[in-house]
Ligand binder design. Structure first.
Ligand code: 6R9
Length: 629
């Protein structure tokens, strides 16, 4: 991007019920932020002391750019906080995990129960020769054992690498090899839309190319149980049954690696992001508690899969460190019908619901009659993550799901950040289209190429100026790629997103910098045009790309999916063009609009504009291993 650019900011605010603010863990954002800025180390020190450590730290942080250490020399185990602390106290019999299968099967595991399951599986892993620092790959459907396996690794200091169960053999093999995993934990099958996903078969294809894997643990779900290969495979239930019940938590250094997770890669080849124990624990604990305002009786449902960072941080580590009840459900939002999620909210009394814009837009597309069938009055807080939440989607979520009652926390963050960095804290005024402000704990800005802040209303690069506890420490096996994050703009971590701030410091994310479109010298972020299109009654979702044009440099091409029951009839193209012109002006009007049944997305639900662009221009789309089928 050569120059910065102006963005039209239409401002609408919603004031939450003042009672939300009065009872929030962060009741006064401004004060909390000032307190943090006055003494960041004291701020984090205070939060870290709410958790249990084997040994305290010498210093809260050490910063030798671009390398940071947090809670220097402290000793801990994250599972001692997620399990032992609760199981030994008043949360012993509190449900930790409530699981729903696609067929309605239910399992409830208490904190005490989870503690014991994790210890047994941890001993099982040890019996297979897994020790501190070894890598274990987990390739499972959304079942409690997936979480047990993660926590069991953390218990013994093994580094987990969870690969989403929706990936195929090549993506799995690449991730196993990059991490040189010693053990692979799988299930025979997953269930999706009433069909079985043959995970074991897919894994065995991958295993033909993964010399590092010594043993495979198989959770058998099908009856009759599949026969295992005695040479390499071990039955999950057998392993646990034979294991000793007690497994003390391994003493970990604050900076020991906790896990490797590969980025969703909407713009390039996946990278193995490395997170460490101490800072990650503190960062996810604090943000889960404060951003979702978790209280003792809350029931939190984060609809992500633990295979993504959202699941790592806000299904597993953050919420369990807080000691809340988490709901997990194997299945898809619109199976067996588009009311599936709302039925579950009603049945389980979910109070905090955290999902992605792609799901919200899908629900909007099916119409209001589905949520209307269910009692959603237990909901208290609604969250969003993964892509910009278009103003239209915000309004719908706020009114139709939240009944105009629930604050919406649109959380901006990344696999790399490990924890939320921007949101509108519960109780603060909400502005549709804006994620919000940096949370107390995050120092962020919108800047030009040289790192100078741009004025409100001017688009620029979203950066993080100071290290934060849950930050990535390196890219596995490729520290060069880690350093690159801190090189693009002097003194800053560059997130790769474009954003704009308003007069009040609220940040609107405009899309990925790589997807920026330059039309006749004007810079246009994808999110602006897409949100304008989505605000038209006929449109469900939209993606825009730039197409080379001899006159203007580039013109905008839009790909649009329509709401259920709408067809691309007479004049819709013109009408959409008029609609965009009215909201954003003539430069933003797409020169071409193509109607599609669905848009290409990553398996985590982000629109892959790169794929649309490659198809349009006849180019190579690059790495597409993360593309949904
Ligand atoms: C947590 C997660 C990170 C990228 C990020 C940005 C986009 C995430 C967002 C958002 C606008 C939000 N993103 N949250 N954009 N508003 N609330 O999604 O991690 O898979 O690594 O993706 O997702 O572009 O840079 P990850």
């Amino acid at each position: 991007m050569e120059q910065t650019f102006t963005v039209k900011l239409e401002e609408k605010r919603y004031l939450p019920d003042p009672r939300c603010k009065a009872t929030a863990w962060t009741p006064d954002y401004t004060r909390a932020y000032q307190e943090f800025m006055r003494d960041p180390e004291a701020f984090w020190d205070r939060i870290a002391r709410e958790l249990s450590w084997f040994e305290s730290w010498d210093r809260v942080r050490e910063w030798n750019p671009p390398y940071a250490r947090w809670f220097v020399n402290a000793k801990l185990n994250i599972t001692a906080n997620c399990l032992d602390r609760h199981a030994a106290g008043s949360r012993k019999d509190k449900p930790a995990i409530v699981w729903r299968g696609e067929d309605g099967a239910e399992r409830v595991i208490t904190y005490d129960g989870l503690h014991h399951e994790v210890m047994r599986f941890a001993n099982g892993l040890k019996s297979l020769g897994v020790g501190k620092g070894d890598r274990v790959c987990i390739y499972m459907p959304l079942v409690p054992e997936q979480i047990v396996a993660m926590l069991a690794c953390a218990r013994i200091g093994a580094v987990h690498s969870v690969v989403f169960g929706g990936f195929g053999p090549d993506a799995l093999a690449m991730r196993i090899n990059d991490a040189e995993a010693k053990v692979l934990v799988i299930a025979d099958v997953g269930y999706r839309r009433g069909k079985t996903v043959p995970l074991r078969e897919l894994a065995s294809e991958a295993l033909a190319h993964t010399p590092s894997v010594e043993r495979v643990v198989v959770l058998r779900r099908e009856t009759p149980a599949v026969e295992l290969d005695p040479g390499t495979e071990v039955d999950y239930a057998d392993l646990v049954a034979r294991a000793a019940p007690d497994c003390p938590a391994e003493v970990m250094d604050s900076e020991d690696p906790l896990f490797i997770l590969y980025t969703s890669g909407s713009t390039g080849a996946p990278k193995g992001i490395v997170h460490t124990c101490g800072g990650y624990m503190v960062g996810t604990y604090y943000t889960a508690r404060h951003d979702f305002d978790i209280k003792e009786t809350d029931i939190l449902w984060c609809t992500a899969d633990p295979g993504w960072i959202t699941g790592h941080s806000y299904i597993v580590y953050g919420p369990l460190a807080v000691g809340t009840t988490v709901v997990i459900a194997e299945g898809t939002p619109d199976y067996p019908d588009p009311g599936a999620y709302w039925r579950l909210v009603q049945d389980l009394g979910v109070t905090i619901f955290y999902t992605a814009p792609t799901a919200i837009r899908m629900f909007m597309r099916y119409g209001d009659e589905w949520p209307a069938k269910y009692d959603l009055s237990t909901l208290r807080i609604l969250g969003s993550v993964g892509e910009p939440l278009n103003p239209e989607a915000f309004e719908w979520y706020y009114r139709t799901i939240g009944g105009g009652r629930c604050p919406i926390v649109d959380t901006w963050w990344q696999t790399e950040t490990g924890m939320h960095m921007i949101t509108t804290m519960v109780g603060e005024p909400m502005k549709p289209g804006f994620a919000g402000k940096p949370i107390p704990g995050a120092v962020m800005d919108v800047v030009d190429r040289r790192g100078f802040p741009v004025p409100p209303g001017t688009g620029g690069f979203l950066v993080i100026r100071e290290p934060w506890p849950a930050m990535l420490r390196t890219v596995h096996g490729n520290d060069e790629r880690y350093r690159a994050y801190w090189k693009t703009i002097p003194g800053c971590y560059t997130a790769g997103d474009l954003a704009v701030k308003d007069e009040d410091g609220y940040i609107m994310v405009l899309g990925r910098a790589d997807d920026l479109i330059v039309v006749a010298g004007h810079n246009i972020g994808t999110a602006e045009v897409e949100s304008a299109l989505v605000s038209h009654d006929a449109v469900a979702e939209a993606a825009v790309i730039g197409k080379p044009d001899p006159l203007k440099g580039h013109v905008i091409k839009a790909f649009v999916t329509l709401r259920v029951g709408v067809s691309p009839g007479d004049g819709l193209t013109d009408d959409l063009a008029r609609h965009v012109r009215k909201s954003l002006g003539p430069v933003a009007v797409p020169a071409e609009i193509e109607f599609m049944d669905r848009l290409p997305k990553t398996r985590s639900g982000k629109i892959m504009r790169r794929v649309l662009k490659a198809r349009e221009l006849g180019m190579d789309p690059g790495d597409i291993s993360t593309l949904e089928e």
